[in-house]
Design a protein around this ligand. Structure first.
Ligand code: KG4
Ligand code: ZN
Length: 341
């Protein structure tokens, strides 16, 4: 193994400014500044996100280097998220990475944010080293922008074998939460309310989509019509049934995900599964996928909470693998808002 590769990762694709240091695959620091400014708008406001990144980026990177206990001269390369994401947000991280690269005389590595989510399972812990997923494995990537099943043949060779044809799983949580009058982001709020509810209280229709693809927009619409009809009978319906509605909705989303992963295992014969992305923080997703693994004798990797939502540790670990293959970025690389694996 090559030793002493120290990567600074920078993530600024959406509304989290984050910087992390990974040395030889082990995490030394991971600093995240969340942006509360979006809460009152019910979603991320791109212009406000860019401005917050601009204010946060220097203190966040500085803290990541300090927390890692290293000097900035020890950095081997700087990995930055090139996309996908909000262009104005990506520009802040990309431009900062270029400036730092020039001033330190260290190479740049461009990182695909989605590849970062997939490789978040390879972030190792010095105090508690873990078993890393084997290859090939399947990754169920469930976030606010993406819902994909990815066949992962090696750290840098992966292929999307299933994708959403409309909304992402995170959007299904966020949009239905909005209908219920819950704050943004709705996923964690639904998760919390669902813990006091009955997942079998209501039944919502599941989509019939061929292959390994997903669809979540129908669920949102049928949920909306269901509420409209019930509210006509009882105007206090949402208030009285909030916990049961959240639990049933969450259960439907989990079942849609599980059905497709079962099909993917059947189709590929691969029985090693990783979960990643913000929705993999969901308690029902975590517990039901764990049970599924035990029941079917699959190996299911549930990510630590810190690496489910956006973070720079996943960007740094991807940089670590690209560094070993000399996959560096040129200074004229521009961010890409729509970037696929
Ligand atoms: O990966 P992520 O931080 O950002 C993207 O790249 O999209 O994912 C954010 C998404 C949001 O839709 C949020 O509602 C969802 O992850 N999320 C959850 C939970 N925590 C975050 N969804 C359901 N249950 C949760 N506990
Ligand atoms: Zn993400």
């Amino acid at each position: 193994m090559t030793t002493n590769i120290t990567i600074l990762g920078i993530e600024s694709s959406c509304d989290d400014t984050s910087a992390a240091i990974i040395r030889d695959g082990y995490l030394l620091s991971n600093v995240i500044a969340n942006q509360d400014v979006h809460k009152e708008y019910g979603g991320v406001v791109p212009e406000l996100a860019s401005r917050s990144h601009q204010a946060n980026i220097i203190p966040v990177v500085d803290k990541a280097i300090k927390n890692a206990g290293i000097k900035k001269e020890e950095i081997s390369a700087i990995g930055f998220t090139r996309g996908p994401g909000l262009l104005g947000s990506l520009l802040v991280g990309t431009s900062f990475a270029k400036g730092l690269s020039l001033s330190l005389g260290k190479p740049l590595i461009d990182i695909n944010h989605l590849q970062g989510h997939v490789l978040s399972h390879f972030i190792n812990d010095l105090k508690n080293p873990k078993e890393l997923p084997a290859f090939p494995h399947l990754c169920l990537l469930i976030s606010g922008g993406h819902t994909q099943i990815i066949r992962v043949d090696s750290p840098l060779k992966m292929e999307v074998i299933g994708n959403t044809i409309d909304d992402a799983a995170g959007e299904a949580f966020d949009k239905t939460a909005k209908v219920l009058g819950l704050p943004y982001p709705g996923g964690p709020v639904i998760d919390k309310l669902a813990s006091e509810g009955n997942p079998k209280a209501f039944k919502f229709a599941k989509p019939r989509i061929p292959d390994l693809n997903f669809s979540f927009s129908g669920l949102k619409t049928s949920f909306l019509y269901f509420l409209r009809d019930e509210m006509a009978k009882n105007p206090d319906f949402i208030n009285q049934e909030k916990n049961n509605l959240c639990a049933s909705l969450q259960q439907t989303i989990v079942e849609i995900l599980i059905e497709k992963v079962i099909k993917a295992v059947k189709d590929t014969g691969i029985k090693e599964i990783t979960l990643s992305g913000g929705v993999s923080a969901n308690s029902a997703v975590r517990s039901q996928f764990s049970e599924l693994g035990i029941k079917n004798n699959w190996k299911v990797y549930i990510p630590p909470f810190a690496f489910t939502t956006d973070n720079a540790a996943m960007i740094a670990i991807t940089g670590y693998y690209k560094f070993q293959k000399n996959l560096f970025a040129s200074h004229d690389f521009a961010p890409i808002a729509r970037f696929t694996i």
